[in-house]
Design a protein around this ligand. Sequence first.
Ligand SMILES: [Zn+2]
Length: 282
Amino acid sequence: MPKPPKDAEARRAIAPVICYPNEGLRSPPMAQYRAAREGATETGRILIAPRTARCFYVTAGSFFRISCPDGPQVGDLNLFEARNLDERFYSGKTRALHGSHIRTGDRLWSCLPYLRPMATVMEDTLDWYGVDEHGGRVHDVIGTRCDPYTHHLLSGQDYHHTCHSNLTRALADELQKPLHEAEALVHDVLNVFMCTGFTRDTGQYFMKASPARKGDYIEFFAEIDLLGALSACPGGDCGAEHSSDSAQCHPLEVTIHAPPAGSLDGWYSPSNNRYSRRHAHN
Ligand SMILES: [Zn+2]
């Protein structure tokens, strides 16, 4: 290890600067969304069995709620623009804009060059959790998704019910695509209900048992037409391990709610990012 310079402490003491000050982001019209939600009617309900994934569609201006109907269960969520699968959820930029974990009022952003809100968090029954003594928080955009390749790398074993494989199968079935084409659509997820952080000493990604209980939910407003794919992680509450059949798992439920006519008057689905895309190239 190289010897620290004389001014090491002074260098360490420099105050951090927020990379992406997000005060410039237009705030979602939460009051209007909430008023629209008041009179909304349920239009769809799907149950996702443990260690499986399912797809669902949500029309722009509708709401979708992900809940734990039976007990604590982590979910891995992928989102696409319903008719353009190239536009998908961008976990990394959502993290850069809002932080490592999302909360009510935060948005899920789509990838470049679209970079627009796909969904807005309306309500989260776990908002009370905040940050715990280990630095753990809920609903992260840090993790990627459990996958069979990393599992094989670390254990030498094949396991087929990781979230990556669950999402692959669900997308292949829904879109009637061959498995390898569906697999290429799977992207870094929102880890719904997962409690995670980084260890202070080594900076390693950690998980701990989800504080979710039966009846907990997180609800979103769909800013654009969405295709969602949600996997019930084989890690269950992710309190011990994932990528195996040993954890106790529960189902997840998605319900879709359509607002009453006229309740979103004046609201428009966001357009694609307005950057000129010229990149200073002649
Ligand atoms: Zn998983």
